[in-house]
Write a new protein. Structure first.
Length: 575
């Protein structure tokens, strides 16, 4: 149980502030995470890692010499937002390009992907390498679907060492991918973890059992089996890794025996002893192993074993010097926590703030109206939070209503704080970022990205009429589908959004006034949302519990219909 906290909602910020104070010569706090205390040398590649908090020393503890240049830190077990990733990357970059690396989770892919797009628009060269080491999360033939767990360390270590020696972005990316291709992990959980402020675990494992392959956020394991002695557990975890020996791999590996939170070091050493014996029996030599807490899950009771199959170039980088708060190797003579004061923050340059042309009269008017419409949407969702939560609980975790409410509250606050001379693009980008950051997860990323795209499209309009609005809604819909990959029939909010966009476009083409076109499209969205009750989900969290959701509409489609129905009453021409 997490016992030391003030406000549970502020736990991550409080922890990051304390972490930066504890390691002032190594890291400094920035909005969205931490970066190195001293800027990188000019022209150096910036490795930026990240994910949800609750996994220390991943991710903040791996920022330092020979490791990452920055870490983006989301809420507990929630992906960071695109805005956070963008800000941390801008604080870390040094002109040599940016490599994002993180575990392969849907929310992280969406948020970091949006950040990569924004940074590319600013003229930066940005690449991404996903970590996919967990063999329990997908079969070998579908390795690209696997999630990232303790193997994060292997990829970050190799990429960080490559960047530290001055390799260019192409080479750092190549070596990071090579390390990921040579990394395999397998884990087991004995008991769940407890979020700050919660009075019960996030998940449970049956008494006397252990869950093979259970994910670091409580994702379902492959199977539950009776508890095993250390020797048998070592075989259970290691044998499948040996079965997946990469093509062309030699006989040298680095081994990570990782504790997930409450399995302590002496226990890990007992397990490591048996893992080492198994590898020795197979004629495999262990090189520079790690045994300890490296990628945790709050107070989760569990362990994992990782094998990084080495070749000459990977071994050189794995063994290279490093000096991060939670990971050290060799001697780094100029490590900032040894003999130098950290430099002051760099002054913002032309990349830290996106340049915008002065807003047009039309864009200013649209921004003022967008502020009011966000408040209308917020009130509509706030009145139905419990209903949406109950609907989501049928085949999900029941937090859809709360997440939508939090996201809208954040968007409304950001819109209110935006300058009066800001156009609709600036206002809705700020609102979308705020929604994404507070709501988190896949839904937050999708709403944030769609709202920002809506603002960009509206800012180009000569007048806010039915045609311009339909064009903007189509742009937002396309962006949302690009980010999430869902199509009509997948039982997601897309099933309501696409019919809404199509109806709005059809009415606009016929010359229907905006107020009437919006009302007709809202009715179509409501009908489409209701129709999702007959669908079987093919995307999202409800997919593993598909049968439970049949007969019930999709919460995301319902919440979208609620919003557009409320907004249709306040479109220009009805107020």
């Amino acid at each position: 149980m997490t016992r030391i906290f003030d406000d549970p909602d502020a736990f991550v910020d409080d922890a990051l502030e304390g972490f930066a104070l504890a390691h002032p010569r190594v890291v400094r706090r920035v909005d969205g995470g931490v970066v190195r205390a001293r800027p990188l040398p000019a022209g150096r590649v910036a490795l930026v890692v990240g994910g949800g908090s609750g996994h220390y020393p991943a991710f903040a503890g791996l920022v330092g010499e020979g490791m990452a240049a920055g870490a983006v830190c989301g809420n507990i077990f929630s992906s960071p937002s695109a805005g956070q990733a963008t800000r941390v990357a801008l604080a870390a970059e040094a002109g040599g390009g940016i490599l994002f690396s993180y575990g392969n989770y849907a929310g992280d892919v969406l948020h970091f992907g949006e950040a990569e797009r924004r940074l590319r628009e600013r003229g930066l060269d940005v690449r991404t390498v996903l970590v996919t080491d967990d063999i329990a999360s997908a079969p070998a033939a579908e390795a690209e679907r696997r999630r990232g767990i303790a193997g994060d360390l292997c990829v970050f270590r190799v990429a960080g060492a490559s960047a530290e020696r001055g390799d260019d972005l192409d080479e750092v990316e190549r070596l990071a991918r090579h390390a990921n291709d040579r990394t395999r992990s397998h884990g087991v959980a004995f008991a769940g973890c407890t979020l700050p402020g919660a009075d019960k675990p996030l998940f449970t494992v049956p008494a006397g059992m252990m869950s093979i392959g259970l994910g670091i956020h409580g994702e379902p394991g492959v199977r539950d089996v009776p508890m095993q002695r250390a020797r048998e557990l070592a075989a259970t975890l290691t044998a499948p890794l040996l079965d997946e020996r990469p093509a062309g791999a030699g006989s040298r590996v680095s081994v990570i025996v990782n504790g997930l939170g409450t399995v302590k070091y002496e226990e890990l050493f007992v397990l490591f002893r048996h893992v080492a014996a198994l590898l020795d029996a197979e004629g495999i030599e262990i090189v520079e192993p790690e045994c300890g807490e490296l990628v945790t899950s709050l107070d989760m009771a569990g362990v994992s074993v990782t094998l990084l199959w080495l070749d000459d170039e990977l071994e050189e980088l794995w063994a290279a010097p490093a000096a991060a708060p939670a990971f050290r190797k060799g001697s780094v003579s100029d490590a900032p926590d040894v003999d130098a004061e950290p430099e002051a923050d760099r002054a913002p340059d032309e990349l830290t703030v996106a340049s915008r042309a002065p807003a047009s009269t039309v864009s200013l008017a649209a921004a003022a109206h967008a502020r009011r419409l966000l408040e209308v949407a917020g009130s509509a969702i706030a009145a139905r939070v419990d209903e949406l939560g109950d609907l989501d609980a049928i085949a999900g975790d029941g937090d859809h209503g709360i997440g939508m409410n939090r996201g809208l509250e954040a968007a409304i606050s950001a819109a209110r704080d935006t300058d009066e001379d800001a156009g609709v693009d600036a206002l809705l980008e700020a609102a979308g970022d705020a929604w994404s950051e507070l709501a988190g997860g896949t839904s937050g990323a999708l709403w944030g990205g769609a709202i920002a795209e809506l603002g960009r499209a509206l800012s180009r309009a000569d007048a806010i009429d039915a045609s311009a609005t339909a064009e903007a809604v189509n742009a937002a819909t396309a962006r949302l589908q690009e980010m999430g990959g869902a199509v009509v029939g997948d039982k997601t909010m897309v099933d309501a959004i696409v019919p809404f966009a199509e109806a709005l476009s059809a009415s606009a083409a016929q010359g229907v006034p905006l107020a009437d076109a919006a009302a007709e499209a809202a009715v179509r969205a409501q009908e489409a949302a209701t129709a999702t009750a007959g669908f079987e989900p093919r995307k999202g969290r409800a997919r593993p519990l598909a049968e439970r959701s049949i007969g019930h509409p999709d919460p995301g489609a319902v919440s979208f219909a609620i919003i557009v129905s409320a907004l249709s009453e306040r479109t220009p021409g009805k107020e």
